[in-house]
Design a protein around this ligand. Structure first.
Ligand SMILES: Nc1ncnc2c1ncn2[C@@H]1O[C@H](COP(=O)(O)OP(=O)(O)OP(=O)(O)O)[C@@H](O)[C@H]1O
Length: 247
């Protein structure tokens, strides 16, 4: 079976000369729940953003479903963005609109720009969005404005929006960094169980090593823009953790 994602010799130097990635290689198979750890500034966000082309890599290749996204046409990038759901630390919801509309925005990549802008979502899309919200325990919040929700509820909307894309891959960039420990656990439980039940491959950036160990099928440690560890959670020793987090 070919990998869903293959990263080859990925390098990124920003225009101001900062090198964030110095040659990263790994493959991710379908169904994996990969957690990326590393100290602040190690390059974790840059790596996720290179995968869905929010950041253009300087060198190397990102093969998603056998297509090199660094060489993709604009229609291929549009398809990639549909198939890859993104979850952010700051939720990235439209605060003044309803929870339902935020989730439906996950369908925009499947619509033409005119029907999308006018918000002419199909009955099927609306029914599916409500089903997803029910699954995330947000059935009481469907018609509330997004900014009326707690942080944990907003992140569940973020997960619901990603799911409404019917993604093959979810990328979550520090999804629990702004949440308290109990809420963080609930978010990770939702994300983990939904990905497992629906067969969605997931890559999550996290700061908390204990959380990474609890949920990951595999952990990748990034240190100064390179892969310092790639293995099972039980292989991640204290010594390796110290190496990953050394300045
Ligand atoms: N747009 C940008 N322009 C210039 N430098 C950037 C840009 N984005 C990130 N960097 C730099 O690239 C390096 C890697 O940053 P990145 O955000 O990928 O790390 P990170 O591991 O996700 O950090 P954190 O855990 O703090 O979010 C850092 O030195 C950062 O300052």
């Amino acid at each position: 079976m070919s990998a869903l994602l293959e990263i080859r010799n990925l390098k990124k130097t920003y225009t101001d000369g900062t090198t964030a990635l110095q040659g990263v290689d790994f493959k991710v198979n379908r169904g994996e729940f990969v957690v990326i750890i590393g100290s602040s500034g190690a390059g974790k966000s840059t790596l996720l953003r290179c995968i869905n082309q929010l950041v253009q890599p300087s060198e190397g290749a990102v093969l998603f479903n056998n297509v090199d996204t660094t060489k993709a046409s604009s229609s291929q990038v549009r398809k990639l963005r549909r198939e890859v759901g993104m979850i952010f630390q700051s939720f990235n919801l439209i605060e003044r609109v309803s929870v339902l509309r935020n989730v439906l925005n996950g369908r925009l990549g499947y619509m033409n720009p005119i029907t999308g802008t006018l918000g002419l979502f199909s009955k099927r899309d609306v029914a599916e969005a409500k089903k997803i919200l029910l699954r995330l325990g947000l059935n009481q919040q469907i018609y509330k404005r997004a900014d009326e929700l707690s942080g944990g509820q907003q992140q569940r909307v973020g997960i619901a929006r990603a799911l409404s894309q019917q993604p093959m891959l979810i990328l979550a960039d520090e999804p629990i960094a702004s949440l308290d420990p109990l809420t963080s656990e609930s978010i990770m439980n939702h994300l983990h169980s939904i990905c497992r039940e629906d067969g969605i491959t997931c890559i999550v950036n996290l700061h908390q090593v204990d959380v990474a160990k609890k949920y990951a099928t595999r952990i990748i440690g990034i240190h100064k823009g390179t892969v310092a560890f790639d293995g099972r959670p039980d292989e991640l020793s204290e010594e390796i953790i110290q190496h990953i987090y050394q300045k």
